[in-house]
Ligand binder design. Structure first.
Ligand code: NAD
Length: 260
């Protein structure tokens, strides 16, 4: 379905980003990965997922908090792949602290990586998408893009901002072949969440298993983690013709979190 398209997925060397990138590759999209750490393993995973379609896998290590590096990544995408058709803004970090103790540099980093980076990638991707009159922008927000939790002021502000950015750009592109939507996951068991489980186990003096159950029990009625593969299938749907008129949505996949 996506043969001949190129997807850029930010923060895709692990977790949700990699899960989405694999599903897009399985539909035939070439994939440009981004993120820190090992890039060879994830690139091999993309080639394996897209083997039947002979997809290409690229990588650019832009730090998403740095606009100049994001610009360099788009120059790479243009040079090596002829542009970006599907943009998945997924890179994100978390920091948990009460607002009066929130380190200023952590606030700045969360806003830069979780929110401002999506502005930069969107403004850079848009001219090519408009010229081809086809594009998909998928912003990985969160249940925290729609409701809050204590201790996560920067993350909640950034994710609410990302949902707002999604709606504004969806309106700007409403009469074009470019759609812009947000996915709002509940808990997904990735390194980002494992750190919070570790901290909870230590804080409460309980086992990792108990901390994991407690984390789910507080917010996610299904008591099951959402998986990167499930989010990848939703991203594939949003790239399909059936989703041509899904615009400006903030689609929760949260085991019932938002229904409460
Ligand atoms: P993760 O920690 O597994 O992956 C984050 C990715 O972002 C990694 O590839 C990392 O290298 C990359 N990254 C971090 N800082 C970066 C930077 N400055 N520049 C470039 N890349 C950077 O996290 P995840 O859980 O897969 O989260 C992915 C997205 O999903 C985030 O935006 C997160 O807020 C969102 N999300 C996660 C959950 C969850 O429960 N895990 C729930 C809702 C939303």
């Amino acid at each position: 379905m996506l043969k001949g398209k190129t997807a850029l997925v930010t923060g895709s060397t692990s977790g949700i980003g990699l899960g989405i990138a694999e599903k897009l590759a399985a539909q035939g999209a070439n994939v440009i990965l981004n993120g820190f750490g090992d890039a060879e393993g994830p690139q091999a995973a993309i080639l394996a997922a897209g083997q039947a379609h002979g997809v290409r896998a690229g990588y650019h290590g832009a730090d998403m908090s740095k606009p100049a590096e994001i610009e360099a990544m788009f120059a790479y995408a243009e040079r090596e792949f002829g542009g970006v058709d599907i943009l998945v803004n997924n890179a994100g970090i978390q920091h948990v602290a009460p607002v009066e103790q929130f380190p200023v540099e952590k606030w700045d980093a969360v806003i830069a990586i979780n929110l401002s980076s999506a502005f930069h990638t969107t403004r850079l991707a848009m001219p090519g998408m408009r010229a081809r009159n086809w594009g998909r922008i998928i912003n990985l927000a969160s249940a925290h893009g729609l409701v809050a939790s204590a201790g996560k002021s920067a993350y909640v502000a950034a994710k609410h901002g990302l949902v707002g950015l999604t709606k504004a750009v969806a309106l700007e592109t409403a009469t074009t072949g470019v759609t812009v939507n947000a996915i709002c996951p509940g808990w997904v068991l990735t390194p980002l969440v494992q750190k919070q489980i570790d901290a909870k186990a230590e804080r409460e003096g309980v086992s990792l298993d108990e901390a994991q159950k407690g984390l789910l029990g507080e917010k996610q009625p299904s008591l099951q983690f959402v998986t990167p593969a499930q989010l990848g299938e939703l991203a594939v749907f949003l790239c399909s013709p059936a989703a041509d008129n899904v615009r400006g949505a903030a689609w929760n996949v949260d085991g019932g979190w938002l229904a409460q």
